[in-house]
Write a protein that binds this ligand. Sequence first.
Ligand code: ZN
Length: 499
Amino acid sequence: MPAIANYRKHLEEIALLSSAHALLEWDQETHIPDKGIQARSRVIGRISRRVFELTTSPDLGNLLEELRTDGALSQAERASVREVGRQYRRRKAIPADEFEAFTTTCSQAQAAWAKAREASDFQAFLPHLEKVVDYQRRFADYYGYTEHPYDALLEDYEPGMTLAQLEGIMQPLRDRLAPFIGRLADEGTPPDPSPLQGDFRLDKQRALARAALEFIQYDFECGALDDVEHPFTIAIAYGDVRVTNAYKQDRLGYGLFGALHEGGHGLYHQGMPEELFTLRLEEGSSAGIDEAQALIIENQLGRGLPFWKAFYPTAVQHFPELAAHSPEELYRATNLAEPSMIRIEADEVTYNLHIMLRTELESGLIAGDIRPAELPRLWNEAMERYLGIVPQSDAEGVLQDVHWSFGYYGYFPSYMLGSLYAAQFHQAMLDTVPDLDASLATGDFAPMLDWLRGNVHQHGAVYLPGELVEQATGSTLDSSYFLDYIEEKFSAIYRMDRN
Ligand code: ZN
């Protein structure tokens, strides 16, 4: 049998087991009865081990080596060899015993973090954090890098991205965002958020979330919408890409924009051809590109005026009290921007400053320039510098995110990159799709979806993120698209002159 046929057979085994794994995980977050959790974790553990064996097997290593120089492969097959090969090399790079010890350290650190956050007690978390950081620094050495150890960790989430490139992307954000936030506060008239605050029945919110997913043509015949505490989207198989959501009774926007966000992730994975699922390319080009698909639907669409013009009758049908406000007032109500302590509650304008702060600190930890014990002080100083506010406790400061307890170093930049990619994709769309906003305002989402399908979704992980962006927009990633978008949108909402 030719190597490519053997390789595809090997991938099929991985894909089937991974699909079972994904379904069990989805069920664990949505429907599992409490008493089933213990038995379930054994099933998940066994499948994970089998998948790990298959993704690191010598057979796969030989096939990858052989296929690396096979000139007869299709473009998607070559991309598959690149992606599966990267995962193979990274998994092989860390001695198995050490990886297992790391996993144990992380689960203890995560439990310690949850308690420490509850009590706002950084010192109780510190010894765990030090261990996790030590592991990550060693892993960076195992993976290898050219310039900076943080680059080795970024590679997991944003292949090809380096800290030096991130610096080039972040500097314009530093230069323009913080002063703009200052101007909004000093010269602007903030919008009134109260139309979307009140008492909104949860069953009606669920129906509204479903209607929003229907607006963006999320395909319910290939998906599902379920309640969870922390929303996520999961591609279980070709034809089965599910979204989840959470709601707050007093804030309509929370569940509505959550649904649009997850729906954006859902569209991405529903829009990939079956061939990409069989080649393990369905996870997408990078975490940042995936996040961009969610953010462009949540923000550029959902927090935009054309959407509110089109969606207004649906919103009023579910919540008649909204008829007391115009579509413009509801649009404005979704766009309050002000400095706040908590990243996940931050708005479009301030969000990236939260990410830059984390990126600076975690890259310093990995380089050894910053000691974990210094984090609370450095965190608070950065909050003051970027947002002009200082946390009153570590719970609303350095302890707020789970990432550093379970070894997700290098992940934070994906959120920022997602918003930058989204703005750049959106501008390219406006440049090439005639009357895009006019179509959206009449409820016709097809032109936007067609652009996303054609330029992003259908490619899955065939292209590296840098290639994908250049191909779709004609230029490399450039933060000025995001900055222009933010300044123009929010200057108008805050009724300020641009200059
Ligand atoms: Zn997301």
